[in-house]
Design a protein around this ligand. Sequence first.
Ligand code: OGA
Ligand code: CA
Ligand code: FE2
Length: 494
Amino acid sequence: MSDNQENTDTEDTTAPGRATLPLRPPCERLSCHKSSVCSRSYFVVVMVFFHVYIINVIGLLFYVHYSSGQDDHTRSHDAPSGDQQRPEAQRPPSKAEFLRDVSLTRIEGIRVGHVQKVSLVPDKVHEMRTLSLKPLLFEIPGFLSEDECRVVMQLAQLKGLMESQLMVQDGQEELAKELNLSPDDIFNLLDINQDGQLQLHEILTHSRVRDGIWLTPENLREIYAGLKADKDGNGLLSLEEFRLLSNDAFQRFLLQRGVKRSQLVRNSRHTWLYQGKGAHQVLQDIKARVTRLTQLPSSLVDLSEPLQVVRYEEGGHYHAHHDSGPVYPETACTHTRLAANTSTPFETSCRYITVLFYLNSVEGGGETAFPVADNRTYDEVSLIQNDVDLLDTRRNCDKSNLRVKPTKGTAVFWYNYLSDGRGWVGEQDEYALHGGCVVTHGTKWVANKWINIDPDYQRQARYQQLVSQQPEDEDDEGLTLNPDTQSSDIHQDL
Ligand code: OGA
Ligand code: CA
Ligand code: FE2
């Protein structure tokens, strides 16, 4: 309320009040106002407004408290009001999901550089350092002993490693047919800034990977020259220039010229090592340690993918990627497809956590890069700017926000998904983008332990039901999703 308004209001409402005080000396306009402000009816009106205001504020505080508290405290029960506030995309597929009785532990990062002591094996305390909060990422030196590293590498060699990426030659035409878009449509979609020209980064943003071949700005310039695509030579493609190219022109050009391994998304060899009953003791020990580290139900770790052992030769790399796919209602997880009751059109890996072990110390290069770790914002388009592609781990690892040097026995682990706020897996964490920088000297050995969890709780539960072939109500340890039974004091802050 401005002073002006106050004066006008009091003049009107207090006029009768003045009449009841005849003994008062006549007063000037200003002092009359003063007395009318203090008059009873004015006081009553102000107090009424004041009380209504206070009651409103208290009501609002209660509302905020209870509507957010519901999410936190009643996650295992039906929570209709919390649910109503969720945007459609986050809405769980069925109401029954609220009836679950499980809450996944998520280790707290506290802050970058924070160290917590963890007890993972008898007679030894490990230190776990927070490397970033977005993604939630930790490093544990000495997680594996030298002997364990050696045994894992030897077991992998005994089993035999295969190329991580095969060169796929076909498929592009099929994609083009499926796309059902005209060249004009495609041009319009690629033209991010809608200036009627395709800049290099506009093409790369959408076409960086084709048939597993990684396009760089240099490749693109070579292709333009080879195909005489950029007729006016201004480095941009106009709609007229674009129309003259076939859908798979770039791909065909690259394939004809021959593709080197270094031009692939991933240049490594790998194999899988089973970790269940009957597996080498070292592999079973590692799995048990991972369960203890992550504090997740052992049934989830037991039913996850085997250990993936990867070997990069000198010159090997893995461009930045997500280990997991995004969550859409129509997406099914590869590991729970048995339990997906409809034929879902998309399938993706659902790897809640990645535990990456360095099995040797690399002589040169080979760091694991997290290009956007702890960035203030995440913007897919700005990952390529002019000639700098932040996802390119052969060239631009030095521009990554975070790089972890491979040291024998060290483990790093991070969450590929956020929490849904109710103890289960939520949205994909875009900041979990990472890759393996080019190995400049020597070889690099790593192993991945992925912990698979379906963001759709019901599907995960159904899947566990199916593989254990036990009735739902039976008290089977393998089915226990609840981690409460596990020791919770193995992490101690420093
Ligand atoms: C992977 C991976 C990183 C590295 O294998 O998925 O991201 O440093 N590896 O090798
Ligand atoms: Ca443009
Ligand atoms: Fe990865």
